[in-house]
Write a new protein. Structure first.
Length: 177
């Protein structure tokens, strides 16, 4: 790669692949989710992800290249990790917490990738592309915040905890104070 233009095209193709893979994975995650807010949030994000793919197609059209043709290996790995959660059984709140952790890994990857692509678009002077990327970045950030909220207000509070020796030790240290 010799120019930012080439890097930008590569980034858009990578994001297009990532979003395409995610569109296949999100319905499975939503089906596995038990917590209503999590299920609803994953379903909503599936709709948004389809919009993200459309925006990436718009950008590729503006720049006159096809958005397909590249495989996002990072998203492939993140989805593979998420599949492990889908295959596990266990307490509903614990499994939902694991789904949230997997989904947040994906969101953090996307936030990073969209932020980088937006910065490149700005440097290239393409405010239309930068604006589309920022809109998606905002939605990814909102999805991450929703996942955190569901985790902190619902799933983690309902998940059973096994008392460990470390927890017992911390309790006895607090008693000593």
């Amino acid at each position: 790669m010799d120019t930012l233009n080439e890097l930008f095209e590569d980034q858009i193709k990578d994001l297009y692949s990532a979003e395409s893979q995610l569109i296949k994975a999100l319905p499975k995650m939503a089906k596995k989710a038990v917590t209503p807010e999590l299920k609803k949030g994953l379903e909503k994000h599936l709709e948004q992800t389809q919009g993200h793919l459309n925006r990436l197609s718009q950008i590729a059209e503006m720049w006159e290249f096809k958005p397909s043709g590249k495989k996002c290996k990072a998203m492939e790995g993140l989805i593979d990790e998420g599949k492990e959660v889908l295959d596990q059984g266990g307490d509903d709140a614990v499994v939902d917490s694991a789904l949230i952790a997997a989904a947040q890994r994906v969101e953090h990857y996307e936030i990073s990738a969209y932020g980088s692509a937006r910065a490149i678009a700005e440097r290239l002077g393409c405010s239309d592309s930068a604006s589309l990327l920022q809109k998606t970045l905002d939605e990814e950030s909102d999805a991450d915040k929703l996942l955190t909220k569901v985790s902190e207000t619902s799933t983690l509070k309902r998940a059973p905890i096994e008392e460990s020796k470390d927890a017992e030790r911390e309790d006895s240290e607090e008693d000593d104070d």
